[in-house]
Design a protein. Structure first.
Length: 100
């Protein structure tokens, strides 16, 4: 199993251990993942990879995704869909993810 799949599944399990009330609130703020219904298929596709993915490519994809996430958080804050109290910790988490 590729390391990216192992890390994803580990992180997913950590996420699912968050208390339901907290997770529900987070999902309300952030919105549902557009790929949520395809996760099993995506994991299966990654497991079929014969070689590890190029770390530079993975980093570029992750950075691009996190920049889209950051733009969406700002959009929601500016449109009043999310308060700055809710949004700032989320923006900080994106900044932290991009600095790794």
């Amino acid at each position: 199993t590729p390391i990216i799949v192992v890390e994803f599944l580990t992180t997913r399990q950590m996420y699912l251990r968050i208390p339901d009330s907290v997770r529900t609130r987070l999902e309300m703020m952030v919105g549902e993942s557009p790929l949520e219904d395809q996760l099993d298929e995506l994991v299966e596709l990654l497991e079929q990879q014969e070689h590890e993915l190029d770390p530079k490519f993975v980093r570029a994809v992750n950075e691009t995704f996190m920049k889209f996430v950051r733009a969406e958080y700002w959009r929601r804050i500016l449109n009043g869909e999310m308060s700055t109290v809710e949004g700032m910790p989320l923006l900080l988490s994106v900044t932290n993810a991009l600095s790794v």
